[in-house]
Design a protein around this ligand. Structure first.
Ligand code: NAD
Length: 482
């Protein structure tokens, strides 16, 4: 398999099964060193036009003709090949995004698991027969939308490609994938792997590029039948507005300010390691990061002492050093996080990690910081920081905990830590979020579990079987036969 290996220089984009030269290039940087890492294509609106056309043609070609079982087999093969090249993919992702190598490895496994799951599911999703008047037979068919556009961010490229492209292909759509300009090496590698696994020409088309160019062109393209966008709220809103002009459905997976609620009866031994991990994983650049820790006032002292000690043991360094935390993805992201921290000057620091002495000075490192934030309206408790920063907010009553937890514009994920079964059930109902975890957080990635937000966290669901419904259109057939 011809594969991008570091340092990468590739000029080619994949359109209709052909890798062809792209007129312009863009540079990717290594967040661990701040130095150039790769030269990759910078696709244009014209490239998007061609990619959409090729995707449409694939609907009338081998991919459109493939039955559900065959689609599933191809996806399963891609998943197996992904695992065969785990080392290469993990290094590409670690160097490109700046994430510690072990976390990049986990992302490779998650990508493979998505393909295994959607490969297996492809021929198990079906319509229904519906009881209707005498003399009729009525049934539903699940059909692909046709051409689906996938705009992917830089923080978890492999996982997000797995959950959106994997599900779209399983339902028989043809995809145009636009990865992020900050990190797109594993997207390029994924397209090579899919080709090697026998995915027919045009089923997956890849156009790396800049958001305002290739991304905007894809969102506004009249030939696209469904858009899946993962990224920030302002961009998601632009994508939805562009799609509205073409009356195209959009799945928006946006940001979050996800609360973890620790009640007085919580098992702190179980909770605390997960709370810290859920805050600093991928240097906090995770949409579902546990960025707000709500703690019952009676346990504040213990939680702060123990989390503070855990923070003091966190080391930050280059991705390939594989410490607990890596750099942020870009100078821009570091600037944004530093700006948030500057606004936190009045807040007490309960714990801070350490940037290792030999981390390159030009890398985009931020020391993980745990802050005590008594005011739930403080900007640090309201706005998504997207860096290794968690705030601890005290509460007295269950009602207050619900009000604070639901008191932001977001609603992606929430966690509740309590031994009381009745309280677990009440909280699960009261919390405004797409996912609620009880005495857990993230459920190990949960490929099978529908994921998405309410409020400014977005709408539509990916992951699990729900994604397959989202990436298909339901047709009702009513036959009158007397
Ligand atoms: P972003 O919105 O800047 O970029 C995301 C993608 O959109 C990139 O591919 C980019 O090129 C593209 N884009 C940029 N401008 C565009 C435009 N005008 N038209 C079309 N596409 C455009 O987001 P980001 O800063 O890269 O990612 C961070 C955000 O993503 C955070 O808010 C985070 O919470 C969110 N996120 C959400 C999830 C989720 O599943 N809910 C997962 C990961 C990240």
């Amino acid at each position: 398999m011809s594969f991008p290996t570091l340092p990468v220089e590739t000029r080619e984009i994949l359109i209709g099964g052909r890798w062809r030269r792209c007129g312009r290039m863009m540079e990717l940087s290594d967040p661990s060193t701040g130095q150039p890492l790769a030269q990759v294509p910078r696709g244009s609106a014209e490239d998007i036009d061609e990619a959409v056309e090729a995707a449409r043609a694939a609907q009338h070609g081998a991919w459109g003709m493939a039955d559900a079982t065959e689609r599933g087999r191809v996806l399963t093969r891609i998943g197996k090949l992904v695992l065969e090249v785990e080392d290469v993919l993990a290094e590409l992702e670690a160097r490109d995004v700046g994430k510690p190598l072990a976390q990049a490895r986990a992302d490779v496994k998650a990508l493979a698991r998505y393909l295994e799951f959607y490969g297996g599911a492809a021929d198990k999703i079906h319509g229904e027969t519906l009881p209707f008047r005498n003399g009729y037979t009525v049934y539903t068919l699940r059909e692909p939308h046709g051409v689906t556009g996938h705009i992917v961010p830089w923080n978890y490229p492999m996982q997000i490609i797995g959950r959106s492209v994997g599900a779209a292909l399983a339902m028989g759509n043809s995809c145009v994938l636009k990865p992020a300009e900050e990190a797109c090496l594993t997207a390029i590698a994924f397209a090579r792997i899919a080709e090697e696994a026998g995915l027919p020409a045009g089923a997956l088309n890849l156009v790396p590029g800049v958001g305002e160019e290739a991304g905007a062109a894809l969102s506004a393209h009249p030939g696209v039948n469904h858009l899946s966008f993962t990224g920030s709220v302002p961009t998601g809103s632009l994508v939805q507005a562009a799609a509205a002009k073409n009356v195209v459905p959009v799945t928006l997976e946006l940001g979050g300010k996800s609360p973890q609620i620790v009640f007085a009866d919580a098992d702190l031994d179980a909770a605390l390691p997960l709370l810290v991990k859920a805050g600093i994983q991928n240097a906090g650049q995770t949409c579902s990061a546990a960025s707000r820790i709500l703690v019952h006032a009676s346990r504040m002292g213990e939680v702060l002492d123990r989390m503070g000690a855990a923070y003091a043991a966190l080391r930050v360094g280059p991705a390939m050093a594989d410490l607990e935390c890596g750099p942020l993805v870009s100078a821009r992201q570091k600037h944004l996080v530093d700006r948030h921290l500057a606004r936190a000057k009045t807040l007490e620091i309960a714990g801070q990690g350490e940037i290792v002495a030999d981390a390159p000075k030009e890398g985009w490192y931020v020391a993980p910081t745990l802050l005590i934030c008594p005011d739930p309206q403080h900007s640090l408790a309201q706005e998504e920081v997207f860096g290794p920063v968690q705030v601890v907010i005290p509460f007295e009553t269950e009602e207050e905990a619900v009000a604070i937890a639901n008191g932001t514009d977001y609603g992606l994920v929430a966690g509740v830590w309590t031994e009381s079964g009745a309280r677990q059930m009440r909280m699960a109902k009261a919390l405004r979020a797409g996912q609620v975890f009880l005495n857990d957080y993230g459920a190990g990635g949960g490929v099978e579990l529908p994921f998405g937000g309410v409020g400014k966290s977005g709408h539509g669901r990916e992951k699990g079987f729900e994604a397959l419904y989202g990436f298909s259109s339901l047709k009702t057939v009513a036959a009158k036969h007397g």
